[in-house]
Design a protein around this ligand. Structure first.
Ligand SMILES: NC(=O)c1ccc[n+]([C@@H]2O[C@H](COP(=O)([O-])OP(=O)(O)OC[C@H]3O[C@@H](n4cnc5c(N)ncnc54)[C@H](O)[C@@H]3O)[C@@H](O)[C@H]2O)c1
Length: 296
């Protein structure tokens, strides 16, 4: 990214990205950034975790080659643009950091403290959090005006949406540059305010929760509730099947955030959702949720 002076930034955008956390989301973000022509540094805490992320990217790209969406040369140059590692110093020169570590305020704040010690003063800092306040996280860094939420969806290479979440302090320039970067990754960015759940989870999770209430009250079976919403509302997937895909523990966590932050009983998690999580029936990842899965 061209810099006009030490702290100014032109609008030609981001050319080098540091992704912190090489898990499900971080690997996907690194992949789409490299596919978008950006140089990427992918950081995790151990060589094993970094390698797991790289393997995930390689198998994602292999599928694209198999389907004829990209050729082998394109795959090789995407992989060549990704520099994996465990040393945070590797991100010293990046224009944008996207943090995708575990969903914990303390863990993320610690990452941003270490990142701030390493990067230049004009680097934009973004978090992929699904539920933590952008404004509160921005309060932990020296330049909160250059801090923003960049909420990708799973699986990142497939899902088109990025919520660009503006904290109270995020300046217009930061929001515009991140908006532009998301577009260059082939995504459709939507700017949303830093209010719990942002837009997608604020709307989606209460619908899933209501479907769980309907199931527990005997309105219809799980299969029939999903059929109602696929055929009656043209949703590509029923809410209970979607909850199983997301993970019932994740759904419960997000409902608890909405309920706690708004203090409004309309967000109370369905008791059946709590029971399912307590029973370890977390959805696809455990083989059993509202539906059964044989390939878990
Ligand atoms: N999975 C989803 O569907 C989804 C969707 C949108 C947003 N998110 C958010 O994205 C973030 C990551 O979620 P995920 O599903 O990829 O988690 P994950 O558990 O798959 O990956 C997290 C990775 O971060 C690494 N990590 C932890 N601490 C670190 C540190 N200090 N430095 C570097 N790496 C570190 C872990 O080793 C792990 O590889 C969370 O904030 C989550 O809420 C997840």
């Amino acid at each position: 990214m061209a810099r006009v002076d030490g702290n100014a930034r032109d609008m030609t955008g981001i050319s080098k990205v540091g992704v912190i956390g090489a898990g499900t989301m971080g690997a996907g973000i690194a992949q789409v950034a490299a596919q978008g022509g950006m140089d990427v540094v992918l950081i995790d805490t151990t060589d094993e975790f970094v390698q797991r992320g790289v393997s995930r990217i390689e198998s994602g790209l292999r599928r694209l080659v198999d389907k004829g969406r990209i050729d082998a040369n394109a795959r090789d140059s995407v992989i060549a643009r990704i520099a994996p590692g465990t040393d945070l110093e590797l991100i010293a020169e990046v224009d944008l950091v996207v943090e995708a570590v575990i969903e914990s305020f303390d863990a993320k704040a610690a990452v941003f403290r270490d990142v701030s010690d390493v990067v230049g003063s004009s680097t934009i800092l973004a978090t992929n959090t699904s539920s933590i306040s952008i404004t509160a996280l921005a309060g932990t860094v020296p330049h909160p005006e250059q801090f923003v939420g960049m909420h990708f969806f799973n699986p990142v290479p497939v899902m088109k949406l990025v919520e660009v979440v503006r904290g109270l302090q995020t300046d217009d320039r930061t929001a515009a540059i991140v908006h532009d970067a998301a577009t260059r990754l082939g995504k459709t960015p939507v700017t949303v305010a830093d209010i719990p759940g942002f837009a997608a989870n604020r709307i989606l999770m209460p619908m899933i929760n209501e479907a769980i209430f309907a199931l527990s009250e005997g309105v219809a079976s799980a299969d029939d509730i999903d059929t109602v919403m696929t055929l009656g509302a043209s949703h590509p997937m029923g809410p209970l099947a979607l909850a199983d895909l997301i993970g019932l523990d994740v759904c419960l966590h997000i409902m608890e955030v909405l309920h706690g932050d708004f203090g409004d009983s309309k967000y109370r998690p369905a008791p059946l959702l709590r029971q399912m999580v307590a029973a370890g029936r977390l959805g696809r990842k455990t083989g059993q949720g509202f539906h059964q899965y044989e390939d878990a």
